[in-house]
Design a protein around this ligand. Structure first.
Ligand SMILES: [Zn+2]
Length: 241
């Protein structure tokens, strides 16, 4: 009997020890309920609004992300980072820094798989990334971008069913083709419109070119009267999402 009581007390104690974790309040989703489960690549803004969203995929990386964060800070610009889960696990400090600087964070899967996935595999890729993002940064994000923009391999359908906002882009910087920084700026300037979403990279191919292009890009877009906001804020400004 005494032993049973002790076991009972032990169970109770271990339950109590875990309670703070169980009752840990996650930060609220930055995506309003009416925008969850949809897909978008740009928004329509009431004129004369000229807000746009800069987005960086595939990071964080130790050689490009800190440089990009420093430039964004210097120009007082907020952006959105679609991170790869295993990169967040590898570089937790950089991940925390980007959230601390006020940038939005989105899910870009655990390992950047772009082949065909069954629902279990798709769920694993997205859930694992979501878990590590929350564990490292404290943010629970419902923003999702599929690797390589693939829409039919099982990830997007899983993400939509699970209330993620699937965010694509309207302007492809083509930085992954590793052009010169000036060419990246010109590619973006040719396509940009108010409400636009720009695709760049702070991980994988093109990240160093993207980092090098950023000051010239921000100068040029600011000169054209554009204002940089995070994706959730761009949605909010449009009023439609
Ligand atoms: Zn990617």
């Amino acid at each position: 009997m005494r032993r049973l009581c002790l076991i009972g007390l032990g169970l109770l104690a271990s339950l109590c020890l875990h309670l703070p974790q169980l009752s840990y309040a996650l930060p609220p989703s930055t995506i309003p309920a009416r925008s969850q489960g949809i897909m978008m690549s740009q928004v329509k803004l009431p004129s004369p609004e000229r807000a746009i969203a800069l987005t960086f995929d595939d990071g964080p990386s130790p050689d490009a992300t800190p440089e990009i964060l420093a430039t964004l800070e210097r120009y007082q610009v907020k952006a959105t980072f679609f991170v790869i889960g295993r990169h967040v696990q590898r570089y937790p400090e950089i991940s925390q820094q980007l959230v601390a600087q006020g940038h939005a964070i989105g899910n870009h899967t655990w390992s950047h798989r772009s082949d065909r996935l069954n629902p279990q595999e798709a769920g694993y890729e997205i859930n694992q990334a979501s878990r590590i993002i929350t564990q490292v940064t404290g943010v629970r994000t419902l923003l999702f971008r599929p690797p390589k923009g693939r829409l039919e391999n099982g990830l997007v359908s899983w993400a939509k069913k699970n209330r993620y906002l699937v965010a694509l882009w309207s302007v492809d910087s083509r930085d992954y083709q590793e052009p010169t920084p000036h060419q990246i700026v010109q590619t973006i300037l040719r396509q940009i419109q108010p409400g636009g979403i720009i695709l760049m990279h702070d991980g994988n191919r093109g990240r160093m070119q993207a980092a090098a292009a950023l000051p010239e890009l921000l100068e040029a877009l600011k000169a054209e009267g554009y204002e940089f906001v995070t994706l959730p804020e761009l949605l909010q400004r449009s009023g439609r999402f």
